[in-house]
Design a protein around this ligand. Structure first.
Ligand code: ATP
Length: 276
């Protein structure tokens, strides 16, 4: 860990980029390398909950363990004072996958390219026994060259020796049913969430919805995956096949990251002729 003065010399603070629950993201400039980074400053005083505090401690450790990987936001430095923790990260574009899926005509090849990059990043996490637990479009970033990067490891955890964890973590539309049910779960929760991301990319709406978080959770637990013909008429049979294998309630039958990467729709880059 570097001292505050060295930190000041190494990175010059620039404009604020955004704000999260526990702090601020700013651009910083490193004169030594003539490059910009994102600096995530977390205000420790806002972390009253022990779970939030544990996540704060885990985030830089997990990111360091996973770095470098082309599809994961890289951590370069960390600075800590009594009040704050600062993480120096890859600077990503202001536009996340959340903004891109709002575009009405996201093609299957484009969706397949995003899905392949997302699952390559997840396969890397899962090989290290790490579960992200909050895969959703707002946590999927792009660098200046358009490469997809998984970010926000604030909810990530290690699978212990048992290979499972517990705790209600995630975002209602994207969370897997076994998480909502309060059962121990494993890395396959990320595949469910990535499947929901794929569904939203292809349909423009989530597969499970409701007016309140409780209603969404009930729909997720029922897990009744439907492809309304009005929306899915123009979606290929291969894409629907992959969706069924990712958004699968039976965890043992749900695809692993490696299986997703070997699925024909991914291997063919979303180029298909067949329709259902
Ligand atoms: N590495 C990054 N490069 C560029 N922008 C980023 C980066 N990380 C986060 N941001 C942006 O900064 C904003 C705040 O991000 P942050 O991760 O702190 O909070 P959040 O995900 O919005 O909320 P929460 O604190 O609940 O996780 C978001 O708009 C995000 O798009």
């Amino acid at each position: 860990m570097l001292s505050e003065s060295l930190q000041k010399n190494k990175y010059q603070p620039c404009e604020e980029i955004g704000r999260g629950r526990f702090g601020v993201i700013s651009r910083v400039f490193c004169p030594m390398t003539q490059s910009s980074f994102a600096c995530k400053t977390i205000d420790k005083r806002l972390l009253s909950d022990p779970t939030d505090r544990e996540c704060l401690e885990n985030e830089p450790k997990i990111m360091t363990l996973l770095s470098p990987h082309p599809n994961i936001v890289q951590i370069y430095d960390m600075f800590e004072t009594d009040e704050t923790v600062q993480l120096i990260l890859d600077l990503c574009q202001p536009v996340t996958l959340y903004d891109l899926i709002l575009q009405p005509d996201l093609s299957e090849p484009k969706a397949a390219s995003y899905m392949q990059q997302l699952v390559l990043g997840l396969a890397h996490c899962h090989r290290f026994g790490i579960v992200h637990r909050d895969i959703k479009p707002d946590n999927i970033f792009f660098d200046s060259r358009g490469i997809l990067k998984i970010g926000d490891f604030g909810s990530a955890t290690w699978l212990g020796e048992l290979g499972t964890v517990d705790g209600l973590v995630g975002t209602p539309y994207y969370v897997a049913p076994e998480v909502v049910m309060g059962r121990p779960y494993n890395e396959k929760v990320d595949i469910w969430s990535a499947g929901v991301v794929l569904y939203v990319m292809l349909a423009g709406v989530p597969p499970f919805f409701g007016e309140t978080a409780e209603e969404i959770f009930e729909a997720v637990m029922r897990g009744n995956l439907r492809f309304p013909s009005r929306i899915f008429r123009s979606v290929s049979a291969e894409a629907k096949d992959l969706l069924r294998k990712m958004i699968c309630r039976d965890v043992s039958r749900r695809f692993s990251a490696e299986q997703v990467l070997r699925h024909p729709w991914i291997l063919n880059g979303g180029q298909t002729n067949s329709m259902d």
